[in-house]
Design a protein around this ligand. Structure first.
Ligand code: RI2
Length: 303
């Protein structure tokens, strides 16, 4: 039994009205909290089944970002042990609040740590729209560093437009480029700063499609790549060798299919950047080499 509010939240995530690995995780946690608090049934077994069904609905919205899976696992952790409805409601609600609070404070800590690696005079490249990457860049600017940013358009959905507006609003000199201009500008760049949807146990970073091409260009030009990612974006499942599913979205996001009769269209929206092309991952627990991702996952209390 899924209520309308939960369905509304699921639709917002599915249609990308709310997007970004951290934002969808927080919205899913909030939706589960609201579902719990407004639940009117009195059968505890049924309540738990309905909570699992609600979780599965939220999980079905976007398959790649493990932030969503981890947030829901954190919010529902230990529900099987609870046998009182009021207590269960309190527990889920408190876990959701706690997750949202930690997720927001992780962003500040990442910005604080990550910005220290950006030097005065640096020229940066960022891709898509990552709250972790953007916060880090803005913090460096606020600390008085004279930096400039090239931000990619990020086709097909052009989340780069959000990034350039956020950066310019914060006073950061920013230049919008098309995705294919990255290699051309790379000779003028000092660092690539991007976010992550998922970090695998081998240190590979799954982020917006095109990130791996940017990292490859950076590697060729010996430009360091810094990934900003909260620890709840690290995937426990990949420890057992599970591959991260790459979301494929409606091809009409690329072009109107009717305008191209007979043409096949393909719209994968994420790719995996191998750890060899990543210099550091900045988490709220500190800076790690991508090769230390396994250790972060081992220490996580998410199964
Ligand atoms: P934050 C986004 O995915 C982008 O790939 C971005 O780099 C990543 O989530 C992380 O974003 P999408 O939802 O969590 O636009 O750092 O497909 O905000």
């Amino acid at each position: 039994m899924i209520d309308m509010d939960l369905e509304e939240a699921a639709k917002k995530i599915e249609t990308m009205e709310v997007r970004g690995a951290a934002k969808i995780a927080r919205l899913a946690a909030l939706a589960l909290k609201d579902f719990t608090l407004s639940y009117e049934g009195s059968d505890i077994g049924q309540f738990k089944d309905d909570l699992i069904e609600a979780k599965e609905r939220l999980l079905s919205t976007r398959p790649t970002a493990v932030s969503l899976r981890n947030a829901l696992a954190i919010v529902l952790k230990g529900i099987e042990k609870e046998d009182n409805i009021t207590e269960l409601k309190k527990k889920v609600s408190a876990s959701a609040d706690n997750f949202i609070k930690k997720s927001e404070s992780a962003l500040d800590v990442i910005a604080e740590i990550g910005s220290k690696r950006i030097k005065d005079g640096d020229v940066l490249v960022t891709h898509c729209n990552s709250s972790a990457a953007v916060s880090t860049i803005i913090k460096a600017h606020k600390d008085g560093k004279n930096i400039r940013v090239y931000a990619t358009e990020s086709r097909p959905k052009r989340q780069g437009y959000i990034t350039v507006r956020e950066l310019v609003k914060a006073g950061v000199p920013t230049t919008l480029i098309v995705d294919s201009a990255v290699r051309y500008v790379m000779s003028k760049v000092d660092m690539v700063v991007v976010g992550a949807d998922t970090v695998a146990s081998n240190g590979a970073v799954i982020n917006k499609i095109g990130t791996s091409q940017i990292a490859l260009c950076a590697h060729e030009a010996r430009v360091p790549v810094m990934v900003c990612a909260e620890t709840y974006k690290f995937s426990h499942e990949t420890m057992a060798g599970e591959l991260v599913e790459i979301e494929e979205r409606d091809v009409n996001e690329i072009v109107n299919q009717d305008d191209f009769p007979g043409v096949k269209l393909f719209n994968p929206v994420f790719d995996a950047t191998p750890p060899e092309y990543i210099d550091v991952i900045v988490t709220e627990e500190g800076v790690i080499s991508p090769h230390a991702a396994y250790e972060i996952i081992k220490s996580m209390d998410i199964k």
